[in-house]
Design a protein around this ligand. Sequence first.
Ligand SMILES: [Zn+2]
Ligand SMILES: [Zn+2]
Ligand SMILES: [Zn+2]
Ligand SMILES: [Zn+2]
Ligand SMILES: [Zn+2]
Ligand SMILES: [Zn+2]
Ligand SMILES: [Zn+2]
Ligand SMILES: [Zn+2]
Length: 408
Amino acid sequence: MKNVGSLMQGLKDKKVPCRISGCNNTWIWTGEDQLKAMSEGHRDPPLKMCDRCFELFQNFQDREEPCSNSDCPNTWRYNRIAQVADKINKRKSIPKRLCQACMDSSKSIEAQHIPCKISGCSNTWIWTGRDQMVSDSSTPPQKMCNDCYATFKTLEDKAQKCKIKGCDNTWTWTRISQLENIKKGRKNPPRKLCDSCSEKMNQLNDIELNCRVEECSNTWVWTRFSQLEYSFTSHSEEKYPLRMCPECSELYSQLSDLTHKCRIPECNGTWTEKRGSIFARKKSGQSVPRRLCDSCYDQLNDFEDKEISCKYEKFGCTGKWKWKRETQLRILKKTGSLPDVEPVKPCPVCEKFMHEHSSGKQIICSQCSKLMLTLSPEDLLRIKLGTRENPEEICNECRAAGINKSPL
Ligand SMILES: [Zn+2]
Ligand SMILES: [Zn+2]
Ligand SMILES: [Zn+2]
Ligand SMILES: [Zn+2]
Ligand SMILES: [Zn+2]
Ligand SMILES: [Zn+2]
Ligand SMILES: [Zn+2]
Ligand SMILES: [Zn+2]
């Protein structure tokens, strides 16, 4: 026995996988048992269960189960090994199997090619005679083809971000849906709402709102989707967003900034009218505004409006007129410098008076209707200002003659 003893020392214990498919445990094949097997002419380890499976095995009994062909009264044997395997693989229901007689007769049923259940896939899978006999129905079940199933097994459900901007929830992109995406040749995942958002959305209705443009009486539709997104993204106090109706948006989209000439004719500068202002102007039917260019606006700050005494100060007017800074700027632009002496102009009151009395006034004798004299506009202004006397309305002759015969 000396030989055997030294041989034993050379054989180490070995871990061997459990015979139950789906079980990842091992059992120990001792050196001693290996030696025994060798002496009986076996090189491969025997089929054995791990301790856990063996314990299950011991508590099970072989059972007779009804044949899965519903028309058949026979049974098939559900043995203990199969029960352990089903338990380990977490299969809850008893497998569908045929009795031996049905199994034999199923061989004569022709297999059918059934289209793959994945939309976008044009392959088929084979519905065997056996599976047809097991099935309760004559219509085939929904199944994937082998190709799809192989791909399916490599996939995992994925959490995708909710489609609503601002929502941090996710929805589950199932393996099946991923597979369909692949089969349809789509690159991007579908965009969907998370459960909470889709629940909220179901409680919303589209709303019609007034156009944000005051002069416009049209409306626009605030969709449920947009309402939901607004609840996440809006930081404003406004309950509703301010938007344009489709027509206004269309008009607005067609507009772009415009360049206009400076309102000082002698200036070559321009100013820009913004799109928004153009839009408002068109809506209210106003004409293009006349403005100074930026450089003129800046230059304008070098000037000040000046109060200048009325040209008729000499006649006693105390009024003033305003020499506006833009007028000063205009003179500068036109002549290159400002005049040394301030311009001479009537005050607005005098100007108006002179205008209204531009043809002067004829003084006619109230007795004999003889034209006595013509007063110029300036004369009239002086009379108004009190620096000239109002002329008598009777001629010398009539006065001389009429001292004694004054009217009754
Ligand atoms: Zn096991
Ligand atoms: Zn049967
Ligand atoms: Zn397929
Ligand atoms: Zn969401
Ligand atoms: Zn509008
Ligand atoms: Zn200008
Ligand atoms: Zn005046
Ligand atoms: Zn007279």
